[in-house]
Design a binder for this molecule. Structure first.
Ligand SMILES: Cc1cc2nc3c(=O)[nH]c(=O)nc-3n(C[C@H](O)[C@H](O)[C@H](O)COP(=O)(O)OP(=O)(O)OC[C@H]3O[C@@H](n4cnc5c(N)ncnc54)[C@H](O)[C@@H]3O)c2cc1C
Length: 457
């Protein structure tokens, strides 16, 4: 074991999502064997920790959502302190954080909306998957217009062919009370019960073999009670030349062929339509959305797509864009050309072509918005190992002398929330859920969260 270093390594981790929390876990578990004593401040913009595990992973996937307990344990370590409801860039600057830390690890994710770049996107009936998902998962005070749109839409088109698009399609196609057992906020369950949606269409620009969704998630569409899956123009979409590019694509095609062969049931209450090789051109409407103009694409033997000039307008009162996400609001961090990640080597941020010890990234921010929570864990372990490998050099620098986070926030009248506060929110959500016959219910307004902190829920 190496000789212990002279003083604790002060690490600030920004973002308490899966990557940030797994990084904290790896740092605190491996610090001793690296001869380092660590003190970790975790700064989180939202009032509660867990990032997309709480506000992205679908509420009808409770097994994955239960990973919360693992992240909770990591953030509850005695050498770790959570500062939630504090946004870096607004309540504390990146410079202030760097001045009071030996190392800063950015774990901000990359889940900002990516526009489609077509006319009509500014109509109120066109919303991002980020907004819809945030709403049904209970991001405080988010997405109020989604409930209103569901009340007056019969036809919804979701643009995108990844797992996020599938989540949105599945949740919107599930009928009344189908999600009652989940931890969805009460207001969301009420809005889903009042939904008039009868047809949800998933729109993919390329063929089904090029879709990025996974087979398990695809299959779930076929198991929605009262709903039927229709593969539009199945022959053109499924009988494509050449082998499927991956095993997942092969399995997806098998599922789609099975659905395409099923006789249609005119008595079903709701329909899920899957439409591939179709490009959105324009959202149609004057005030309200009335449709989506699309162009049919043709697929080349090399997997490339080109427009055929054949267009039509799909009726829709709500259009959801779910065609990927990007990095946003990163205070002073370099971002790659695609806007999806911060350039880094082994987690060290690369500025002006040089990897800099002292500033690190992990998770979606480091690699772009792809991959599951297991990938975030593996990446967090790698970045934590890099921080610990750099520790001796970082501690050889002068000790951080800037005002502490506590001093900065007190000076600005900002009251951060801690893990003890999370425990109160957690208890209130559990109590509210039990009162409604379910395990827990997410509080989805700041007002309710504050009431829970006062012990009023
Ligand atoms: C809709 C959806 C469904 C998904 N479903 C699954 C699934 O079923 N299974 C699975 O394994 N994976 C799923 N994923 C992927 C999984 O959520 C990601 O792999 C994982 O959340 C990435 O973790 P992260 O910590 O890098 O980013 P995030 O989870 O986005 O966490 C980033 C955190 O940083 C905080 N933050 C951002 N900016 C600031 C700032 N300026 N100051 C302070 N804090 C800030 C954010 O509030 C957030 O808490 C899903 C993703 C989405 C979008």
């Amino acid at each position: 074991m190496p000789d212990p270093l002279p003083r604790p390594l002060r690490v600030a981790v920004v973002g308490a999502g899966p990557s940030g929390a797994y990084l904290v876990d790896a740092l605190t578990r491996h610090a001793a064997e690296a001869g380092v004593d660590v003190l970790v401040d975790v700064v989180e913009r939202l009032p509660t920790p867990f990032g997309l595990l709480r506000y992205g992973v679908a509420p009808d996937h409770p097994k994955i959502r239960s990973l919360r307990l693992v992240l909770e344990r990591a953030l509850s370590e005695p050498r770790v302190r959570l500062w939630a409801d504090v946004e870096v860039g607004s309540h504390v600057t990146a410079e202030e954080l760097l001045a009071q830390s030996d190392a800063v690890v950015w774990a901000l994710g990359a889940s900002a909306d990516r526009p489609l770049g077509i006319p009509g996107e500014d109509l109120p009936g066109c919303v991002s998957a980020v907004e819809v998902v945030g709403w049904y998962c209970g991001v405080p005070d988010a997405g109020a217009r989604v409930a209103e749109l569901l009340r007056r839409s019969r036809e919804v088109v979701v643009v995108g062919a990844g797992n996020v698009a599938l989540d949105v399609v599945r949740i919107l196609a599930k009928g009344p009370h189908a999600l009652d057992a989940t931890d969805m906020p009460l207001r969301v369950l009420e809005a889903l019960d009042a939904s008039r949606v009868r047809r949800v269409t998933l729109l993919g620009r390329r063929g089904p073999a090029q879709a990025t969704f996974t087979t398990k998630e695809l299959r779930e569409l076929g198991a929605i009670p009262g709903a039927q899956v229709v593969v539009e123009d199945a022959r053109a979409a499924l009988d494509l030349p050449g082998p499927a590019p991956t095993r997942t694509a092969e399995r997806n095609l098998a599922v789609l062929r099975e659905w395409a062969a099923r006789p249609s049931d005119p008595a079903v209450e709701r329909e899920v339509r899957l439409r591939f090789l179709t490009r959105p051109l324009r959202i149609v409407g004057d005030g309200d959305v009335t449709g989506l103009e699309v162009e049919r694409n043709a697929l080349g033997a090399d997997g490339s797509i080109s427009g055929t000039g054949e267009t039509e307008v799909l009726p829709a009162q709500m259009v959801v864009r779910a065609a990927g996400s990007r990095v946003t609001g990163v205070p002073g961090l370099p971002v790659n050309e695609a806007g999806t990640a911060v350039p880094n080597v082994g987690g060290r941020v690369v500025r002006d072509g040089r990897a800099q010890p002292g500033e690190y990234v992990t998770g979606w921010l480091a690699h772009g918005p792809v991959g599951v929570i297991g990938d975030a864990k593996a990446d967090a372990n790698r970045t934590a190992a890099t921080v610990l490998a750099d520790a001796a050099g970082l501690l050889a620098r002068p000790a951080p002398s800037g005002p502490t986070l506590d001093e900065v926030l007190r000076g600005r009248g900002r009251a951060p929330l801690s893990m003890a506060d999370w425990a109160r929110i957690d208890a209130a959500e559990t109590a509210l859920g039990r009162a409604h016959g379910r395990e827990r219910t997410t509080l989805d307004t700041r007002e309710d969260i504050l009431a829970a902190l006062r012990g009023e829920i």
